[in-house]
Design a protein. Structure first.
Length: 182
């Protein structure tokens, strides 16, 4: 008889526990999605306007540029949880588009250009970073053939030199070629 009372008590306790758990879970489960819940509990990070890698949990200043950290904004302002996600969208402020010189064009097939020309200049020449070019014969410097900010490519002449005895060597070479041809 004691076993029957014990089994009955355990069964009633089990049923009561399951019912109570379901009631408590029903009250805690909400209709919000995971994205809505994450947006509600988003951390208020602060970021440097010039250096996106500098973030903080509290306001302060950037250690690189000293600018005040601003509250991080989600792309496009507030998150639209019910937006159409079928097409990806890139948004930029008109001032940023103007400053960056962004140009848009229709998508089309074509060949990709492999050569990219970029402007450049030499800021400083150190002894370790230059190469001395020796002429093949003794002579003297006449003039530079390039101007500052002029583009150069491989094989372009940079200077004009006058070589002593070049005419004699050239004449000997031509004489040898003429003798070999007879």
């Amino acid at each position: 008889m004691k076993i029957l009372h014990l089994l009955l008590a355990v069964s009633v306790g089990l049923v009561a526990g399951v019912t109570l758990e379901r009631q408590l879970l029903r009250e805690t489960i909400s209709s919000e999605t995971a994205l809505e819940h994450a947006a509600k509990h988003r951390d208020p990070n602060y970021v440097c306007p010039m250096h996106a890698e500098i973030v903080s949990d509290q306001p302060g200043s950037c250690p690189i540029c000293g600018m005040d950290l601003v509250k991080r904004q989600p792309p496009g302002g507030e998150i639209d949880l019910h937006a159409d996600e079928s097409m990806p969208v890139v948004t930029m402020k008109s001032a940023v588009i103007n400053n960056l010189g962004v140009r848009t064009a229709e998508v089309r097939r074509g060949t990709l250009v492999r050569r990219i020309e970029t402007p450049g200049f030499i800021q400083q020449i150190t002894k370790d970073a230059y190469t001395r070019i020796n002429a093949p014969a003794k002579g003297r410097f006449i003039r530079f053939l390039v101007e500052p900010d002029q583009w150069l490519e491989a094989g372009d002449a940079m200077a004009e030199i006058s070589l002593k005895g070049l005419a004699d060597v050239q004449q000997k070479h031509l004489d040898l070629l003429a003798d070999a041809g007879h």
